[in-house]
Design a protein around this ligand. Structure first.
Ligand code: 8ID
Ligand code: ZN
Ligand code: ZN
Length: 352
């Protein structure tokens, strides 16, 4: 049954006009959906480290300016374009990093839509979820079950989907060891739980006692504190009796990413997810050949990965440890994130 919603002309949003410039919380126009788009009343949005990279201008890919960031937005469909058949007014829907793609190129045809050269990215090339109303392509927008907790589900839309896809990319078997580097952050805290749900043994790597406690509470069997360990590589090889079968790199540290090739087991899979500015992954060619390790990039997930990742959440197998603050607090969240002080995720309540 279709409901109707009153849609205001203006709304609150966080917007910046240049990379690294002030983030202004102010009144901005409510966008109008194109014929193929829905308009989502965003109630909650997670803050991903990608949003911080976008604001800083860390990557060799230009952001739209001015920009409203954010790509973990959960809310209600309040309007839709005339061509939209996959959503009804009143449905719960999610804003993901991949807002839209061409659907016709060789990569889209294989379901590798995030790899499309024409990908439109929420909170990067398309105004995202750090506003009260945002537009999303109806094909790519996430379908969120009606009874879901919208604050709780928000981090699944990027962090959950991304780590779930990264674990599939690692192609491990139940009982094998997966090392998660950056395990106490937004992606890492979910990666621990998806890995456990897939039957893997988790070794978590991050810094500080609070992250140690968090990772263990989420199911990690072993925690390596990179700020205290005398030899991270040796400690991991010992704890896993030979090295991790797979590594999910979600830290924002070039050194940690290169190091992961050293503690990967013979025939191990090293998955690259975290995107520190200008980073290179370095490994000795001899070691990589003799150990026959695989180094693979993994980039968010497609519609199927999204539906599957949400299903784990709906079934209660994963939940992001999160803290809710107002949308206007975004600059403070970025500051804590830059210092590596966030346990899990911060979720913004767009009503304040
Ligand atoms: O599709 C993708 N590939 C994708 C999708 C989403 C996010 C990639 N990302 C990228 C982000 O752009 C960012 O570069 O993944 C990275 C992690 O995002 P996040 O989880 O949202 O960031 P966070 O919450 O700040 O967590 C990072 C964690 O890394 C730890 C920090 O302590 C923090 O808990 N960390 C750092 I920084 N250095 C470390 C080190 N040397 C480390 N952990 C272990 N060893
Ligand atoms: Zn993200
Ligand atoms: Zn395409």
């Amino acid at each position: 049954m279709s409901e109707t919603y009153e849609i205001p002309k203006t709304q609150k949003g966080c917007i910046f006009y240049e990379n690294g410039g002030p983030i202004e919380y102010k009144d901005i126009p409510v966008p109008t959906p194109k014929p193929t788009e829905i308009l989502i009343k965003v109630l909650y949005s997670g803050v991903c480290h990608t949003d911080l990279h976008a604001w800083k201008g860390d990557w060799p890919l230009d952001v739209k300016l001015p920009l409203v960031g954010g790509h973990e937005g959960a809310g209600i469909v309040v309007a839709k374009g005339e061509n939209v058949t996959s959503f009804e007014i009143g449905d719960y829907a999610g804003i993901k990093w991949l807002n839209g793609s061409c659907m016709g190129c060789e990569f889209c045809m294989q379901g590798a839509e995030p790899n499309c050269a024409k990908a439109d990215l929420s909170g990067y090339t398309h105004d995202g979820s750090f506003q009260q109303y945002a537009t999303a392509d109806a094909i790519q927008a996430a379908h969120i079950p009606k009874d879901a907790d919208l604050a709780g589900v928000a981090p699944i839309l990027c962090a959950g989907v991304t780590v779930y896809k990264a674990l599939k990319t690692a192609d491990l078997r139940a009982g094998q060891w997966v090392a998660i580097s950056g395990a106490g952050g937004g992606l890492g805290s979910l990666a621990i739980q998806y890995a456990k749900a897939m039957g893997l043994r988790v070794l978590a790597i991050d810094g500080g006692d609070d992250k140690n406690e968090l990772c263990k509470s989420l199911g990690a069997e072993y925690f390596v504190d990179f700020t205290k360990s005398k030899d991270v590589v040796k400690e991991i090889i010992e704890a896993t009796e030979g090295g991790a079968h797979g590594v999910i790199n979600v830290s924002v540290s070039e050194a940690a990413i290169s190091q992961s090739c050293q503690y990967a087991r013979v025939l191990g899979k090293v998955v690259l997810v975290g995107l520190p500015a200008g980073a290179q992954v370095k490994t000795g060619v001899f070691e990589a050949v003799v150990k026959s390790i695989e180094i693979k990039g993994s980039y968010v997930g497609n519609r199927e990965d999204t539906a599957e990742a949400l299903d784990f959440y709906t079934r209660g197998l994963v939940s992001s440890p999160f803290k809710v603050v107002g949308l206007s607090e975004l600059p403070n969240v970025f500051e804590l994130m830059a210092q590596g002080k966030i346990l899990g995720r911060y979720v913004l309540d767009t009503s304040k």
